[in-house]
Structures are given as C-alpha cells and as structure tokens.
Design a protein around this ligand. Structure first.
Ligand SMILES: [Cu+2]
Length: 209
C-alpha cells in the first residue's frame, strides 16, 4: 500500500502543480489582455455600453504607415472594409474615429486607398471635423484630398491615391463619401499638428466627432 500510494500522491501533486501553473498563466494572460483593452479602448467601451456590445479592440498594423523624413512625405495604406466590423463600414478595421493618423504640419500626405469590401462601394475624403456628420460628400478640407467617384464609391478591390499637402493644422476626418456610410461610422481621424515632428498612427477612443 505505501508503495502504491507514494507515486499516486506524486502524480496528484504534479497534476496540481501543472494545473496551478496553467491557472496562474491564464490569469496573468487575461489580466494583461484586460489591461490592454482598458488602455486601448477605455472610453469607447463605456460609450458603447449604452448600445451595441463592445467589440475587441482592433490592432494597428505598423506597415500601414511609411515615413520619408527627407521629403517630409507620409504614405498611409487606407483600406475600406478591411474587416467585417460595422457591416464592413470601416477603414482598416476601425470605425467612429477609433484610428488617428497624426501628421506634422506642412508634410505631404499620400493615401493609397483600396476597397477591400466584396459587397459595397466605398470612397474617402478628408473633411473638417464636423458635427453632425454629413450624410454624403462635402467639400474636402484640402485640395485633391478625395478619391475618384466620391459619391458612387469605388467597387471591390479598386484603388485610388489621395495626395495633398497638410498645410493647415487641426482635426479632420477621413470620411467615406458614399451616402450614409460616414454617418454610420465609416470615418477615422487625421490630426495635422505643428507640434509633432514625425507622423504616427494610433488607436484612439471612438465616438462622435
Ligand atoms: Cu463606404
């Protein structure tokens, strides 16, 4: 009996240790995920609590942004309907201002627009930070800061480039001009700032402009 008990206790102990380790690892993991979510999307979660369920915070892909400091040019891959979020009414998987591109004043901005949505046409233009949101295309905030077929939209996998000089500081929206899309949340943010020296891209609290 004692011979049989000893390994059994050993096995039990080992299993307990394993379970214990797994348990604490899982706890640490979920804690850090909770912290990330809290840091990344504290405000939108609170805001959304009134309406639809809070989705997991989407990720910012650093490859979306290319910076050429010598020519003061920032190139941004702007993808309409990258994910299914909001019925694909999103840019790069973000809606309602949940993504902000910050550009130093005076830099040239190039946006490679691509419509990744297999269903709906989309477009993009840079507009003033307006409230309430327009229900269709409006005058762009910078010359040539809009894609072709702004109102009809570009169909699935069509591309167009926006190119403009960010020569006025302030807060702007990158907005889909197809009627109803922008007002339904298909917009992210552009900040033109005289106090930054390098462009950046970051997830930001989503909400009304
Ligand atoms: Cu759209």
């Amino acid at each position: 009996m004692p011979v049989a008990q000893a390994p059994q206790r050993g096995v039990t102990f080992k299993l307990f240790r394993l379970a214990g380790r797994r348990g604490s690892f899982a706890t640490v993991k979920s804690l850090s995920v909770a912290c990330m979510v809290a840091v990344g999307a504290a405000s939108p979660v609170v805001v959304r609590a009134q309406g639809d369920a809070a989705p997991p915070a989407p990720a910012v892909d650093p490859s979306w942004l290319q910076v050429d400091a010598a020519t003061k040019t920032v190139t941004f891959q702007l993808v309409a309907g990258l994910t299914g979020l909001n019925g694909a009414l999103n840019f790069n998987g973000f809606r309602d201002g949940g993504l902000t591109l910050t550009v130093p004043l005076g830099w040239t901005v190039v946006m490679h627009f691509r419509n990744h949505d297999g269903m709906l046409p989309h477009s993009a233009e840079i507009i003033a930070d307006a409230h309430p949101l327009p229900t269709g295309p409006v005058a762009p905030a910078f010359a040539r800061a809009f894609t072709l077929r702004l109102e009809q939209g570009l169909i699935s996998e069509q591309t167009d480039d926006l190119r403009f000089i960010a020569d006025r500081g302030g807060s702007y929206l990158i907005f889909c001009g197809v009627p109803g899309h922008g007002a339904a949340g298909m917009w992210v943010r552009l900040e033109v700032s005289g106090s930054v020296h390098r462009p950046s891209l970051a997830a930001t609290p989503a909400g009304k402009p």
